[in-house]
Design a protein around this ligand. Structure first.
Ligand SMILES: [Zn+2]
Length: 188
């Protein structure tokens, strides 16, 4: 994800819902594309993407000519990696199975932080996003991409984020840990 975050200047109370509303194609298309990074890493995907376009074009041959275009299909396929949320069987337990992935454009605007101030809850088919600590006016609302951050070190977190979401995490937790590591290196 790591797109331009929408600024939220409303002070949020702890545990209050922070996001709702219906998304449009424009919201979806505004999400950051991971197409080049993904196809760069897995070049064989390009053939799949071309085939998906061809299938959609023939399957929906009666659609208006500007509906299924190369551009639209590239946007859709580019947005998926890095923006999709995992959907799990609920209630969530150790045995819950992953049901699939979905792109929910409005919550996809949350940036990542390794010590997030927003938690995602899945209630049936809906997601709810709640703040987990007090948030000052103007402070970014961030979630954690993936459930791996609690006991995971800096290098492993950054690798996971680089491979899955195509960015080098520069959150305040990562920057503090990086500075501490540099200090250690100087003293040793
Ligand atoms: Zn981080």
């Amino acid at each position: 994800m790591q797109r331009e975050s929408r600024s939220n200047h409303d002070e949020q109370a702890v545990a209050s819902p922070v996001s709702s509303g219906e998304a449009t194609w424009l919201d979806f298309a505004a999400l950051q594309s991971g197409e080049l990074q993904q196809v760069g890493r897995f070049p064989e995907l390009l053939q799949n993407h071309i085939r998906i376009y061809q299938v959609l074009k023939s399957r929906f041959s009666s659609a208006p000519p500007d509906a299924i275009t190369i551009h639209h299909v590239r946007v859709a396929l580019g947005v998926d990696p890095g923006n999709a949320f995992g959907v799990w069987q609920v209630p969530t337990t150790e045995e819950s199975e992953g049901l699939g992935f979905g792109v929910y454009p409005i919550p996809s605007f949350f940036n990542h932080h390794c010590s997030p101030n927003v938690r995602r809850e899945q209630i049936g088919r809906r997601f709810r996003f709640v703040t987990t600590k007090s948030v000052a006016a103007g402070e970014d609302l961030c979630i954690s991409y993936g459930q791996f951050v609690a006991g995971v070190g800096l290098g492993e977190r950054r690798k996971h984020l680089r491979e899955g979401w195509f960015f080098e995490c520069q959150c305040s937790r990562c920057m503090a840990e990086e500075a501490a590591q540099k200090q250690d290196a100087i003293h040793n």
